[in-house]
Design a protein around this ligand. Sequence first.
Ligand SMILES: *Cc1c(COP(=O)(O)O)cnc(C)c1O
Length: 391
Amino acid sequence: MISMPVTESFATNLSCAKCGTAYPIDKIQYFSTCCEQPLLVEYRYGSLNKADLAFRENTMWRYHEMLPLLDLSYKVSLGEGMTPLLPLTNLASQFGFEHLLVKDEGLNPTGSFKARGISVAVSKAKELGIAECVIPTAGNAGGALSAYCAAANIKATVIMPVNTPEIFKQECKYFGAELFLVDGLIDKCGQLASKIQFENEAFNMATLKEPYRLEGKKTMGYEIAEQLNWQLPDIIVYPTGGGTGLIGIWKAFHEMINMGWIKNKKLPKMVVVQSTSCRPMVDLITGINGTLPDESASIANGLMVPNPFGKDLILKVIEESHGLAVAVNEEQIFKSVKEIWNQEGMAFSPEGAATWAAVKILIEEEKIDREEKILLLNTGSGYKYLENFID
Ligand SMILES: *Cc1c(COP(=O)(O)O)cnc(C)c1O
């Protein structure tokens, strides 16, 4: 094993996503107070070459210069990232696709890509000496926070809709978190999280209201590029709730262009997939007002985010990438779950399966075609949802 010298983070400051006002990186930050928008971590583009990655650890921390943890000794890692990027061979041949791929995030610790963001945010909390973290969650982020806080010796408080499947509650309790159940969706959980933040001086990790989870999730973008030998796909299909992963992948692509790791010929079209039960981004794009979110309507609970704080950034990604937004219904989600489990032997989550349902719709509508190189994000493990799979 070659031991690498500890290199400092290349992070320089945070900046308001809307007006660019700079904020310091060495103390706890939430969102921008100037425009009430997410804060983005800015980096100097140092001497990191993609060839340097070859001997690095097989986790997302292989890109640690491009993460905001200033002192790596505070890193809290359970082996997240470097998940498999695989072809969906059987579905591709059955449906006539040339390149149909998946990045399988279900193989992360706690069974979802939430591990990436939470690993960075909890590491940052440790570096900043924080004693308690609180999070409003649709399920997976709560489990991830509980696990990483257990590893970091930090108290975790999780707030979840009462309608969330039992397994998401159990995992938090077993990892030692304090769990509150709220009658409503994630926005209502957010109100209680803010209260606990102020009463207990807890670090509130609500989606995009702090800048660190985004940085963890952006490593999916780095891995997609590295695993595809720096040739990006034509289309990336992303099941969107708060939008962190979508925004993060797009941020990573721009950072890699700035470092000369990829050439800015044509970036992938980014496709936002939502549930017909809760589709704020699809409604914004199409200008049609959908139904109000139904609190028990989707098995894809990670998509039930009625008012994403990062909606301006999500819109920007769709616009800049010439992307699309599409909603899929419960029947289409279930059908896709079955198809993927049955034909590929992969345990997709309902959110992940929603991307396959979306691809079929977009083909039907002739908005994408079968010759394009299409990458789906399976954001979580379907095993956590088994009790809710019917027939
Ligand atoms: C949280 C979650 C999503 C939504 O992720 P965002 O990046 O916040 O849009 C999708 N799928 C699963 C399984 C999730 O847990």
